[in-house]
Write a protein that binds this ligand. Structure first.
Ligand code: PMP
Ligand code: GLN
Length: 387
């Protein structure tokens, strides 16, 4: 393994899902749903595969139907228009979208600002690109988390090539306020920084909250790579169909990298996702309502144990404080739980820099994207805590 990947040699998600399988634990660690996406989407995929004619390479940019559907969806939801021919690139999940943007748009040695805690692939891909990571922390504010704007201002300079934004935010469940997004936008405008905005949870916001892309802020459409995916919105994490939208010059850079990573993928699945984006808006609304109820169910179980649990505005995740259970280090709790009580969760430590682990080590991330009966079983098992 090359030096720059040594810190990222194994992901927490592979580890936690292995532990869950070994101990037949309920997996509230890796975020994936246990229900299927819309039936019509599954049927279109099956029909398209069986009919033949769409089982070879897709165009490098992605099938036209999906680029058109993404363009329509973003225009409807955000009021932003992207040209399907030049401003949309279909990727192997959001993961490849993020990797391609970093590899294709960030010079080695330049700085990339990352909000901490961060989804683990950001740090790995910044290192893959040979760039330097500058982290800006979220800080607790009441029941949620907000951006440390002073730290943001200190981290951004003319050496910064990109800032990675993620809202709704994994792993805290926070949604960045318009004020925090505007603070990031102001730095981007001042220092000519690209925003890589991971919006995979764009549709999974609760209690009537609305998602707002940073691309909508003044001067930001021209400098934002907006990343999203079918995985969470349409409950098909195994399909790995994602996309990025950006001005043509930024798409060109990302595409220069993407064409040598995978060229293209999943032709029939792209067609099925296009169909669902066009026809299954109501289904996504129902998913959101179900997830909100599941969030409340797991929140009640965790607070019932005495854990402090932050308010989740969006995503699949609740952040819970392990200290009331006697664990200042959630890693230890997460190591013991699968074997001893049959529930898996992940600590925050893989999502933060080693140097700032102290501020986050007491937090555990629990995923609530599971059927109510599964969450009820998990709650019963959790009720035997503390161990
Ligand atoms: N970004 C965030 C914040 C995520 O939680 C995930 C996991 N869905 C991804 C990116 C990766 O998405 P995909 O599975 O589409 O590659
Ligand atoms: N995004 C999912 C999570 O945060 C995991 C994706 C993965 O396994 N790489 O749990």
């Amino acid at each position: 393994t090359v030096q720059r990947l040594l810190p990222h040699a194994s992901t927490i998600f592979a580890e936690v899902s292995d532990a869950a399988r070994t101990h037949q634990a309920i997996n509230l660690g890796q975020g994936f749903p246990d229900t299927e996406g819309p039936q019509s989407m599954l049927q279109v995929a099956a029909d398209v595969i069986a009919a033949g004619g769409h089982n070879q390479y897709a165009p490098g940019r992605g099938v036209q139907e999906l680029r058109n559907a993404v363009s329509t969806q973003i225009s409807r939801d955000e009021g932003l228009t992207y040209d399907p021919d030049t401003e949309i690139l279909v990727t192997v999940g959001a993961t490849e979208g993020i990797a391609s943007a970093l590899l294709g748009l960030v010079e080695p040695g330049s700085e990339v600002v990352v909000i901490e805690p961060y989804y683990d692939s950001y740090a790995a891909c910044v290192d893959l690109a040979g760039a330097r990571r500058r982290t800006v922390p979220l800080v607790p504010a009441g029941e949620t988390f907000v951006l440390d704007r002073d730290a943001l201002a200190a981290a951004c300079s003319n050496a910064t090539s990109a800032v990675i934004v993620n809202s709704p935010h994994n792993p805290t469940g926070a949604v960045l306020s318009d004020g925090d997004l505007e603070a990031i936008a102001a730095e981007c405008r001042e220092h000519d920084i690209i925003a890589i905005s991971d919006e995979v949870y764009e549709h999974l916001v609760f209690d009537g909250a609305r998602h707002r892309s940073i691309a909508r802020f003044e001067g930001m459409r021209e400098r934002t790579v907006r990343v999203s995916s079918a995985a969470k919105s349409l409950s098909c994490t195994g399909w790995k169909i994602g996309w990025i939208t950006a001005p043509a010059d930024l798409i060109a850079g990302a595409m220069a990298a993407k064409q040598y990573l995978s060229f293209s993928s999943g032709t029939p699945l792209q067609i099925a996702v296009a169909h669902a984006l066009e026809h299954e808006q109501a289904w996504i609304g129902e998913l959101r309502a179900q997830l909100q109820a599941q969030r409340d169910q797991l929140y009640a179980a965790l607070t019932g144990l005495g854990m402090g649990v932050s308010h989740c505005v969006g995503t699949y995740f609740l952040a819970a404080d392990a200290r009331p259970l006697g664990y200042s280090d959630a890693t230890e709790l997460c190591r013991r739980m699968p074997r001893e009580i049959g529930v898996a969760a992940v600590p925050f430590s893989p999502f933060v820099d080693a140097g700032s682990a102290g501020a986050w080590s007491h937090l555990t991330r629990f995923a609530f994207c599971k059927r109510p009966e599964v969450l009820a079983d998990a709650a019963e098992r959790l009720s035997t805590l503390p161990i």
